[in-house]
Design a protein around this ligand. Structure first.
Ligand SMILES: [Ca+2]
Ligand SMILES: [Ca+2]
Length: 288
């Protein structure tokens, strides 16, 4: 009975979302919030790229078994799921399969992506906002509900690390649940002078906070900035954090997602890949 109730709920939500979307198509209000995720499948539309030739969608399988998607459908319209039939393909366990979108193109102005099974029933999808050619859009970490812009990782794990920093200092950990803080880490073997570097949470204004003269970070050392110092709050629903040099050129940028109570986000190990749901370790080595 509970199962039937769940199905009814899921179908209702889907039709509610579909009707909202089609009603508002003309003024293009699509946001990641119109994510659909049926919760009954381990298959996720994991990444899309709308400036390709052709455009593509990456499917991620979060289960322990390979899943065949032969006979499934992919579409750029929630209310028209059968646009392109997927003739063959197996998504490996914890792996990826890229589908070239040959029957339709994705709008760089923002659109929808929907994977449906061989009966046309929605499996997974989301709405994506306007894209630029240098970025893709998808889930980070893979298969999560967190949708964000990222660099293209076609057929590979998603990665939101946009720039390879020319200095050895990186944004190592953030805590966005009041009072907020940003932890930097020096990956290198020499002391780095961070005088007149900048921190920001706005890609269009990199110089929001100027790091005071005489600020140094030791080799393999940490340096924490408190919200009371840098003056802007970090949004608990996610946003970028950017470290820029004296020329106001970004040297490291991360994008964090919706925060979990009592958790931080950061690199693991220190200076490594960005991860969600860490134990906050202000001014100390990062850990799960
Ligand atoms: Ca990817
Ligand atoms: Ca830490």
């Amino acid at each position: 009975m509970k199962y039937i109730y769940n199905i009814i709920t899921i179908v209702s939500i889907f039709f509610l979302i579909s009707s909202c979307v089609s009603r508002n198509d003309s003024d293009n209000p699509l946001t990641p919030e119109s994510l659909i995720n049926t919760g009954t499948s381990k298959l996720y539309v994991n990444e899309v790229y709308a400036a390709g030739s052709p455009d593509w969608a990456e499917i991620y399988n979060d289960s322990d078994q390979p899943i065949s998607i032969a006979g499934y459908y992919i579409s750029d319209n929630f209310s028209e799921p059968l646009k392109q039939k997927i003739n063959s393909g197996i998504v490996p366990s914890k792996g990826f399969l890229v589908i070239d979108l040959t029957a339709f193109g994705l709008s760089q102005q923002g659109e929808q992506i929907l994977l449906s099974d061989s009966t046309g029933k929605a499996v997974n999808g989301f709405s994506f906002p306007a894209q630029t050619p240098e970025k893709s859009f998808g889930r980070f970490p893979d298969g999560s509900a967190n949708l964000t812009f990222m660099k293209q990782t076609k057929g590979r794990p998603n990665d939101t690390t946009f720039f390879q920093p020319p200095v050895d200092v990186v944004i190592n950990e953030i805590y966005a649940l009041n009072p907020d803080w940003i932890e930097l880490f020096n990956k290198g073997n020499s002391r780095v002078d961070l005088s007149d570097y900048y921190l920001s949470d706005d890609s269009t204004n990199l110089t929001k906070y100027k790091i005071p003269s005489g600020t140094f970070i030791e080799p393999r050392g940490f340096l924490v900035f408190e919200e009371s110092q840098f003056g802007f709050g970090l949004s608990s629903s996610g946003e970028p954090v950017i470290l820029s040099n004296r020329s106001a050129n970004a040297v490291d940028k991360i994008i964090f997602g919706l925060q979990t109570a009592g958790k931080s986000e950061g690199r693991l190990p220190d200076g490594g890949q960005w991860n969600k749901d860490l134990t906050p370790t202000k001014n100390a080595p990062n850990r799960r």
